[in-house]
Design a protein around this ligand. Sequence first.
Ligand SMILES: Nc1ncnc2c1ncn2[C@@H]1O[C@H](COP(=O)(O)OP(=O)(O)OP(=O)(O)O)[C@@H](O)[C@H]1O
Length: 247
Amino acid sequence: MISVRQIHKKFGKLEVLKDFNLEFESGKSYALMGPNGSGKTTLIKIILGMVIPNSGEVYVQGQSIKGRFSYRSNIGYMPQIGRYPDNIKIGQLFSMMQDMRPEVKNYDLELIEAFGLDKMLDKPMHTLSGGTRQKVSASLAFMFRAKILILDEPTAGLDPMATEILKNKIKKERDAGKLILITSHILSELEELTDHALYIHEGEIFFNDTISSLKEITGESNFSTAIAKLMEWSLKKNTNKSVLTHA
Ligand SMILES: Nc1ncnc2c1ncn2[C@@H]1O[C@H](COP(=O)(O)OP(=O)(O)OP(=O)(O)O)[C@@H](O)[C@H]1O
């Protein structure tokens, strides 16, 4: 459903992504992992057409995204930090986004209601707490029933109850066959929500396979310990990457 082909991205002299080749299939959920600054958000933004790679191409549903924006309607995106016009009210923001997608008639309002945002529609965005802004971002990502969901640290800043609501929604969409791509540093959350692990280290894909393969290869039955071992290997660079990378 999403093909990343030979994507290379540099910021100045910093090589962030070196010839990335990846396939993301519908009905699968992927954990995008790697240390701070390893390029997770950059990869997501390239897929979304928000960052232009130095070379390589991204295909969504078989078509190159170059020069096309219409493919974005297939993607529900929850950014790490949602940026919205200050004076806009929650209700106006929802209406504005709906107006931009006139083809969608049947909105998914489940999160809006579960988060209680339907009772705060007249609140201006700049008066909201960080967590409430996250709830708005999550609600927008799911509102249009997109087939692909890209969630950049979705539960960051959410309280435990809101986190549960959002995790349950992600599981529901995953079980309904959507393609889900999540970045997070919360390993328990990634294990709960995803079945594939993708680990980036120093601009390269160090691991790309199922979580069960990760446990098998590392010899660790616990996900956190398996990731810790992977990090240790990536830092020591003493492991044959061809064994680890099933790209
Ligand atoms: N617009 C930009 N200009 C210059 N450098 C950038 C830009 N965007 C990202 N970078 C750099 O690219 C690298 C990768 O950043 P990115 O945000 O993709 O990392 P990340 O894996 O998402 O990190 P984190 O886990 O901290 O969110 C970092 O070194 C970052 O400073």
